[in-house]
Write a protein that binds this ligand. Sequence first.
Ligand code: C2O
Ligand code: CU
Length: 489
Amino acid sequence: MISRRAMLLGSAAAGVAGFAPSALGRMPVSRDTLPKSAPVRHLSLSAAEMEVALLGPDRPKTQGFCAYNGTPFLSVRAPMGTRLLVDFENRLPSPTTVHWHGIRVPYLSDGVSPITQAPVPTGGRFSYDVPLPDPGLYFFHPHCDETGQVGRGLFALLIVDDPADARLGFDLEHIIVVKDWRLDDQGRWLPAFTDEGASTAGTFGTVRATNGSVTPPRVEAPAHGDVRLRVIVADSTRTIDLGCETEEAALIAVDGQALTPLPLSRLPDEIWRMGAAMRADVHVRMPGPGEEVKVYDYRTAEPYLLTTLVAVDKGKKKTPFRPKALPAAKVPLPDVKRATKLDFLVQTSAGATAIAPPLPADDPLAKALIDSACVGSKTFWAINRTSWGAGADLRLPPPLQVLKDQESYILSISNVTKHVHPMHLHGHVFRVLSSSKKPGIPPYLADTVLVEPNESVDIAFRANSGNWVFHCHILEHMDSGLMGWFRVA
Ligand code: C2O
Ligand code: CU
């Protein structure tokens, strides 16, 4: 199993602690997304195992839960425009790294072994420079044995606040974290990676949970008031169809980035489909006193209740529902007219007839990959006939493409497999331009986009220099080949 291998290789990984991508001498520094004068906050962060009651009260507890700062579902909050300087210590029994999902960090702080850093061995430390130029709900998680470590709970929320949001006057903010657990009935972990799951839709948890609890939350909110729901699929596998039992709900942000409010009632089936790692902000108008709004995942045969919002009388008057528009995002936008178009095929490795040659074994990056424990054990998937190294085939493929700093690109991603793939590009916020299967959804910004079977999705972005991975966020897919990288120089 991956985690076992990671443990065994823990000491080997320590041998590459001196690995510094900057020593390669051929990578420019990523453009800083904040001015040098930005206010700084220090965050001391550790990862360690602990015991948690995941099955509920009076049930056996679960050992070996992985958490940051001893807090399951740790949530870090900072104002937009702040620079987080993170002093990280690994107290897990296996190597790890920290990846700041969706944040436009300099690539050396992106936490991806082996292309931006070596894994942090047990007892090791690493400093991350995390500028927060964009508001929104983000999260951070390991990028080393992700399936195992995230499966056992290792992730934290990162909420970047735009001071301008206060003027919108929401009465309540409620966060919904979708994350299942794979446990037996004694609360012991079942393997997070299975060949059967990794080669199909992924291995699902055995216990569904919202915000860590098997009982969906009931939250009180002012009757006729405005609730900002912030939903994150932190699960490694699950795709949800987010919907609310009310006409008065609108999507106002995707992956933290504002969009022109899109009433859920105007979407096909009145749902917003979210794959692993995706986030959505929804403005819900509360009904009259004593009434409820139920928030569901409608994807399962029986809709799964995520949260119940209960309206309590706080003296608010009923007014017409007007979805609130968040301040417009400030990310660098691509020049779509001048962009270079690149085609990427998401396929099974069986379709990968001509796997491109790996980097030469003496290349420092190839060596770091071989020495790192951050890869899976089997290969099932590929992008454009190239699979990320796994199992006995430990090698770093060449970049999917070498891109030019500050140039605009359109990636046309076609899924020719039978399963959905939430595709994530590191270090950038991209514009989802169009989908062959979902016409009529206006373009929006995101860092992860769901590509369904036989669907083609076009995304556009302005490239920022660095080594950036592009992968499926169903973690077993990523760990079994569905990952590539771009070199932007
Ligand atoms: Cu949240 Cu490379 O991923
Ligand atoms: Cu996938």
